[in-house]
Design a protein around this ligand. Sequence first.
Ligand SMILES: [Zn+2]
Length: 684
Amino acid sequence: MKNLWNDDTAEKLVADYAKKGVGRDLALRVYTTRLLGGVPQLVLHGGGNTSCKIKATDLVGDEWDVLCVKGSGWDMAVIEPQGLPAVKMGALLKARALDTLADEDMVALQRANLIDPSSPNPSVETLLHAFLPHKFVDHTHSTAILAIVDQEDSKPLVKTVFGSKMGYVPYIMPGFDLAKAAADVFDADPTVEGLILDKHGIFTFGDDARQAYDRMIHYVNVAEEYVARNAKPKAAKSALPAKLATPASIAPMLRGAVAVARGEGRFDRMISDFRTSEAIVDFINSAAIADYAGRGVSTPDLSIRIKTGPMAVPAPDADKIGDYKAVIKSHVDAFAKEYRAYFESNDALDDVKRTMLDPMPRLTLVPGLGMFGHGRTLKDARIASDVGEMWIEAVRGAEAIGRFHPLSKADLFPLEYWSLEQAKLASNKPKPLTGQVVLITGGAGAIGAATAKLFADNGAHAVVVDLDAEKAADSAKKAGNNSIGVAADITDPAQVRAAFDKAVAVFGGVDILVSNAGAAWEGRIGELDDALLRKSFELNFFAHQSVAQNAVRIMLEQGTGGVLLFNTSKQAVNPGPKFGAYGVPKAATLFLSRQYALDYGAHGIRSNAVNADRIRSGLLTDAMIASRSGARGVSEKEYMSGNLLGQEVTAQDVAQAFLHHALAERTTADVTTVDGGNIAAALR
Ligand SMILES: [Zn+2]
């Protein structure tokens, strides 16, 4: 572990913050907090915190001794001074005399003593920081330290590795009791430079920012060197099939298996993030990987991300890929069954009312390939993968010097089901399309872009497919929610396949298709150039078939249903003069939608069409509007609102119809008209 302290950078930050009225101590607290937070082997997604003890002035000018401690929700790597809320020390210190302090009361005490009441909640480890006398206190969940403390008999090992310079604190769940116990260990020998917390992590402290940071890096290095010096030869590897299946070929099966069935064909789906590297695969190929995975998480707060630990599945044999779906399903079922038993047995131990979280794994280890992080959003799935990489590092170290023996699942339970975490989850309501992936063709056009944005606003991740790579990326960026742009000529089946492969690679699968791309050619049908009609059929019919085929292939592998949505046109039911080249293939596409509804309804796949007319877009440009309204002798406004409602219909209105169809769970083989009312084109 490299010591990243740099005098120049530190002093520059001090000078910059001085201009904003931030003192030297707090500026350096920000500096080393960022140094620690930027290294995943030390701090990962909330697994660590820091503090410093300074003076602060309140609104009426009174000066207080305060603890500036990491606030909840702040990422240490990019922390700012306001991410270290100031809490009055007096009240925190008084709390040490209490016998007990409930978690909710601890939070209330901390909040009641904030200098700025709009601050985020101070860390759950605030009291531990407060009870130690040092000006600067650093805390991490270093993977090297975890390799030492995740052993059955860690206490003597901690003594062997660190000598008497570090205190040893047995495992206690974070909160008031741990803070008191840690302070007692310190008081028993105030010469220690830090504390090793069994099954949890490390605290170091010092009189200044640099001393606390230097000690953190030093003791992490002591642990790393011990592991390197005492490492046993690598464990045996499992035998792999001669030909491995690809990640893309198993991702939809896996994504389908970890979706939470809500009954009657409804699912809470997850996003899968595939992660691999030589180091990941080397470890996952260990013959004992399923055993390691079953033992649990390397530090307890990982349970919030990957529950009781990863799920290991067998390596997928490319020659037996047909059987693999059942293999995955049986492993997921076993994981869920064990999780339910874990919940029920531990929940029964007291009268606390808890809601069981879904029992699905959040991290799947696949020998030969790598791992899949799962989450309701891409962000959560990526966090699960990040956590998986650090779990591997800790377990590898622990196994190198002994046997990985983390906190028992019974001791893990109170943390995973901590009342404060449950309250946070309850307030975190998913959006209607959270967990779903929508692929939109013509995604950079007016209707496609509006649809991508609306679906993303409703929780979906959008795969925006368009001929133009830059426009696709731009539309995806405007949609937000980690949506991606993919360039493809959808009249080329190989490019369509590649676009779907990309969706699977990034999100794990596809749930909704909006087959929207189209183009219009004009000409009286009897005199139409045959090549032109065929060209129109390629885009306005065969491309719809090609994307629908790919979507259905993935949806069937997932086994969680899906939605196909086709942008047909008023022309499909009500032909316009000299518009046959456009209308005839669109009419075929309308029936294509019905055919899919008929053939795949039994698999929960719905298929609907949206019949839009007279929308300002690439198909109906401002120049065309000017020329057509001129030809009819009406104003542009009259032309665009020439419908029963007398209102212009926009791309936004069409997007709304697609969203309606995505959410209407019992509607299939339907056509929705979005044209402001055109009685001649009305259906039935
Ligand atoms: Zn911690």
